[in-house]
Design a protein around this ligand. Sequence first.
Ligand code: NAD
Ligand code: ZN
Ligand code: ZN
Length: 351
Amino acid sequence: MKALRLTEWRHEPELVEVAEPVAGSGEAVVRVAAAGACHSDLHLMRDFAPGQLPWDPPFTLGHENAGYVDSLGPGVSRFKVGQPVAVYGPWGCGHCSRCLAGLETYCEDQAAAPVVGGGGGLGRDGGMAELMLVPAADRHLVSLPEELDPVLAAPLTDAGLTSYHAIRRSWPKLVPGASALVIGVGGLGHLALQILEATTACEVIAVDSRPEALRLALECGAETALAPGEDAVSSVMEVTKGRGVDAVFDFVGSDATLALAAAAARQCGDLTIVGLAGGSLSYSFFTVPYELSVQSTYWGSRPELVEVLELAARDLLRPEVTTFPLEEALDAYRGLENGKLSGRAVVLPAG
Ligand code: NAD
Ligand code: ZN
Ligand code: ZN
């Protein structure tokens, strides 16, 4: 079968022929209906050198996947061949306290996990291929609600889940009368806006450097959509009557966006760094609002994925997608890199 593989660091991925996977004990093979193209894959292609991550190429890209169970290995009890499923992407050991809580992103027994600090499409073969092997099927497959198209479900497993996890931990601060700021309205950010609208009653402001993304922001529930730059902070202060926002979600994470995030935040607020641009924020008694909590978040938990799929099944969360056949997957990444896409690019390995 054909697969889009990262063959070495700092290299374009290649569409190559690979052997079809076979499900062993406890494993499943999924016929991939859709695999999302995440900006993190661009970071993988550009930013890392050998030894910087716990794993190295080659592996098949695609860590946002949904499809149909193709075959099951011995001992898998909860799924049937042909059933529509989403793949929970971060693969931990399954028995440490974090994994037992469903938070396999923060597995504390990495030596016993299928891949250290990764998952399908991150060190192990992912979904940009007709078939994908899922090592612990009973934990890493989630059955799809009947009404949910796998093409829409795929982006929910990362762009949706990561945004939901970040927002959920700020829920106590997002009471009616509160406000939130989303920086970066791409694959993750446009879903973050919908999640804020569906799960909180706060006023939402969005910032993006692309006019097309600002249009999408308003469609996804932002009340105010702003270009970044000198006036952005004063505009946020005007909208929030001088208080600043209770929670900022930074889906870029550069020096400039972190500075904007801190300047726009309210005292006692949350600043959550999701984007991997690698910027720094000066944090001292004098440089940020009092009692501002700053955190980074990585992906999300299995129970949260079930909640995200539920939101989508109720039509409260709907990714804007542009689809590409596997042969054109590289064009999806190029479009993402050049800011030519709206929402999420999704690759359809089955055509
Ligand atoms: P994307 O390219 O689809 O969206 C990024 C958006 O940010 C674009 O709309 C772009 O125009 C906008 N933008 C870029 N620079 C900006 C700036 N200086 N000011 C304002 N807007 C700006 O990317 P995505 O797939 O949504 O991913 C967003 C980030 O989150 C990436 O860095 C990605 O690697 C990261 N990510 C993190 C996690 C995690 O678990 N922490 C998970 C998935 C993705
Ligand atoms: Zn991702
Ligand atoms: Zn674990």
